[in-house]
Design a protein around this ligand. Sequence first.
Ligand SMILES: [Zn+2]
Length: 90
Amino acid sequence: MSTGTCPHAPMRPLWICERCAHPWPCAEARLALMAEYAGDRIGLSVYLCGQLYDAAVELHRLNPDGAPSPQVLFARFVGWAPLHSPPLPN
Ligand SMILES: [Zn+2]
């Protein structure tokens, strides 16, 4: 992930931002991902789903009884991303 000189990368297995300590992906990480995957919404969704899977496994392993629900994790990792790509050029 290219986030310049201040990466807002996930600290695993806690899945909080290494820089601002908010739940990852934090607002800055989302902005960076939007820029990195501009024009490739499918790629962004695939990446986020992979992160969601890893986070679900690791957070559940850390705290089996208190891990966020699948619904909460989906909204956090995938639900924020735009659903529709612009039309493909002809
Ligand atoms: Zn951050």
